[in-house]
Design a protein around this ligand. Sequence first.
Ligand code: SF4
Length: 139
Amino acid sequence: MRLEGSLPHIHAQALLRDEYYQAQENRDNELAAIAERKAKAALELAALQADVRSVITDKMSDWQKEGNCITMENDIFFPSKGRDVDYAKSICADCPVKSTCLEFAIDNKIDKGVWGGTSERERRKIIRQRKMVLNQEQN
Ligand code: SF4
């Protein structure tokens, strides 16, 4: 999860600024006006994304704000099918809220993504093992 001012947007704004100055140098007022509008739109988009991010952050539990993933892209923790989860798990490895995160995912039956250093399959296994232990204790 990344906070405001992500590199791709800063990069996009820089490119648009270059485009604007290039058009001005060429004395092409129409192109300069288009480039200026595009630059303003990119800034507005970046500001909107920052607003959305701050709303999401406000709604997070305190423990979530302390996670190692707070400044990272979500995609890392929700890799598309076939991509491994090792990188996400390496970020979780020394996370100060790792066990809270894992229990949150288990309690809320979250079956997608890496939580508390575990993949979906590993969490299913933990749940099965816990049920087995519980059954054994009851018998
Ligand atoms: S354990 Fe992993 S997913 Fe959970 S808060 Fe920490 S870094 Fe994020």
